[in-house]
Design a binder for this molecule. Structure first.
Ligand code: FES
Length: 68
């Protein structure tokens, strides 16, 4: 779904940026332009970013557990 209409950014794009190394909402903003115009999408964009970061951290910790 579209999170940011002004910049045409979807939730999939935000998740992909996190998968590719974005580690903060500022990173996502810089990489996608999300929330850099009217700002009405900021709350949802931050929520999607937070969820994606949480999933990435969980996957990383599982990877560490398996590596031991
Ligand atoms: S909807 Fe995202 S900046 Fe306007």
């Amino acid at each position: 779904m579209y999170v940011c209409v002004c910049k045409g950014v979807t939730d999939h794009q935000i998740r992909r940026q996190v998968d590719d190394g974005a580690r903060s909402f500022r990173d996502v903003q810089a990489l996608t332009g999300c929330s850099t115009q009217c700002g009405k999408c900021a709350c949802l964009a931050k929520s999607v970013t937070r969820e994606a970061l949480s999933e990435a951290r969980a996957e990383a910790s599982m990877g560490l557990a398996y590596a031991v």
